[in-house]
Design a protein around this ligand. Structure first.
Ligand SMILES: Cc1cc2nc3c(=O)[nH]c(=O)nc-3n(C[C@H](O)[C@H](O)[C@H](O)COP(=O)(O)O)c2cc1C
Length: 256
């Protein structure tokens, strides 16, 4: 182990300890999902900004399907009905992936602690919604902004067909009404943890993706984790910034 790695690990450990004793650090004091209660947004709100932005309906923090039932019935689904999903369903899926559950104003947290754990609370993932057939939302590609639970359009056309081609022709990507796409800014995590941070990012995307699987199951929807695609083509198609690496794609919809 190099000296640099030991230093990074020590710093990382200190960060983790700081979080574990968070009540004595005001910046790490956590609210609860209920802290959102005075900011709830019952309906989808379209904001005619440039770029086009939607504030998503507030997510539910309770439901009719138990975690056990969602786990017992989770499966990867690859055939989807030609049927729209609602903005509420998309909102719920994005929240499950990386939504805020404990708002916190510290700038490093970009809104607060999330539905998925993150080494040192550095939150390296970026989440996109690839929208084709979602009620009330124009087709396009949107970046999910957890702080404020909104989506901001980055591409203003339906790219599902091209994305399916970039994913080695996997038809489910063009058939599903929407997909969740994950990229990562590795430097957020490797900047603190060094090379070891790369493995942390891979672990973290697994947490988020499993949340999406379970949330889809609980909503009566299907999904499939897709890792097989051409990175360069996907990066170009989705116009990813240079510091973001494409990682995972999850089509969402009513399965057959
Ligand atoms: C990292 C990873 C990458 C995957 N990539 C693909 C993919 O590109 N295409 C696909 O059809 N399924 C993909 N899958 C889904 C697996 O094929 C699926 O999870 C496996 O067959 C087990 O089935 P289950 O998810 O229904 O339990 C991937 C799963 C993981 C974890």
């Amino acid at each position: 182990m190099t000296k640099l790695t030991v230093k990074n690990l020590t710093f990382g450990l200190l960060l983790l300890i700081a979080f574990s004793i968070s009540p004595i650090f005001p910046i790490f004091s956590t609210g609860t999902a209920a802290a959102h209660s005075n900011e709830t947004n019952a309906a989808l709100t379209r904001i005619e900004n440039s770029p086009l932005t939607y504030v998503l309906p507030s997510p539910a923090t309770d439901g009719n399907v138990s975690v056990e039932a969602a786990l017992a019935n989770r499966r990867s689904h690859r055939r989807f009905q030609d049927r729209a999903i609602s903005a509420e369903q998309l909102s719920q899926i994005l929240w499950a992936a990386y939504g805020i559950t404990s708002p916190n104003p510290h700038p490093n947290l970009r809104g607060g602690l999330r539905t998925a754990p993150s080494a040192g609370a550095l939150f390296p993932l970026e989440i996109y919604a690839v929208v084709g057939n979602v009620e009330g939302i124009e087709p396009g590609v949107y970046r999910y902004i957890a702080d404020g639970h909104k989506i901001v359009r980055v591409i203003d056309r339906d790219v599902r067909g091209e994305l399916a081609e970039a994913a080695l022709g996997q038809r489910m990507v063009s058939e599903a009404p929407a997909s969740v796409f994950f990229s990562a800014v590795f430097s957020r995590t490797t900047g603190i943890y060094g090379e070891r941070g790369r493995r942390y990012v891979y672990m973290e995307i697994g947490h988020s993706a499993q949340n999406v699987y379970l949330q889809a199951q609980a909503l009566g929807l299907g999904t499939c984790a897709i890792g097989a695609f051409t990175d360069g083509r996907v990066g170009q198609l989705l116009e990813l910034p240079a510091n973001e690496e494409p990682l995972y794609l999850m089509p969402i919809g009513y399965h057959q």
